[in-house]
Design a protein around this ligand. Sequence first.
Ligand code: ASP
Ligand code: MG
Length: 409
Amino acid sequence: MALIVQKYGGTSVGDLERIRNVASRVKKNHEAGNEIVVVVSARSGVTNRLVADARSLHPNPNEREMDMLLAVGEQETIALMAIALHRLGVPAVSRTGGQAGIKTDFAHTRARIVKVTAGDIREQLSEGNVVIVAGFQGINQHNQITTFGRGGSDLSAIALASSLNADQCQICTDVDGVFTADPRIVSTARKISQISYDEMLELASLGSKVMQSRAVEFAKKFDVEFEVCSSFNNKPGTIVKKEAASMEEVVVRGAAVDKDQVKIVVSQVHDQPGTAAKVFQALADAEVNVDMIVQNIGHGGIANLTFSAPLEDAFRAEKAVGEILDLMGGGKVEGVDRIAKLSVVGVGMRTHSGVAAKLFTALAEAGINIQLISTSEIKISVAIDVDKADAALRLVHEAFELEKEETVL
Ligand code: ASP
Ligand code: MG
């Protein structure tokens, strides 16, 4: 008998048929003698619709009320799931995040979990009940409902698995696991069998969109091993866990491309101490998530600064830079261009050399120009032309032979 925490995302519970389908999967696991906690998201589209409703009433809705509103989506699902299980003869009870003892800080709409007591979940399980918990929500010390930011049900599942010391934690979703690259772009992409928290974090933040980054961070911090798997079939998924020495044998675990990026070129700034500090402070104050940065030194005490940022931050970035340049009395925003960010990720990069060379060579041979570069210990990213993004991803996947089965685990 094992204690299993399973999370089902919005598409997995998207309609009543799918809710029935999840209920029968849960029934099988329950009949096999396991204790099951099911964490669910709102049905797909529900949260978006609630956000849109609020915004049509007010351009800047109050955050406490937003939490009150958005938490409804998950509550609908927990009750429906319990009812579907009852129909199959499975004893089940639903719990809100607050009832499940998920305590948070006061940051409405982006709350952090401070403690998980799990409420009466252990008692319910020992009485033979399946417990269904509303994801994405908790309660603060003033008994107010809080939410964890979009995609936050993943975090609920990981935090509950940690608190209950679960034997298994599964993030059940509409894909079969984490892939070496997006299979919709790269036909030879392969499901990764095991990946470290850090690699998963990099891929999550690169827009592979499989999971919420905060949930992976939490899992890393509390060492909660989990599996990303399909809600629609029973194939083994991808195990996300603590890095093992053998994981470094694989130099590149996966590749990703993010097409929603811009490159902002700022020209004619004073080449003197403090210039970059001021520009990037202004960007930080405007909450622009700057990634790749290049500075070219020009002649006569002037320089160009180029950086990348997510497309959604482009307008704020341009405005913030424009204002600070006016204050500094020099420089101008030369252009804001759409780019794609192509990245390769792998903990093996720490101990293997030549990854950058191989990446750059593959792109050069295909005539793809690299506009910006950034690296971390386990990642190399390059900014390239958006039109070439898909082709570049396929090339890189091939160059690093990512289609080949991992041999060392
Ligand atoms: N329902 C929330 C959202 O759509 C949380 C989640 O799905 O994990 O972002
Ligand atoms: Mg979701």
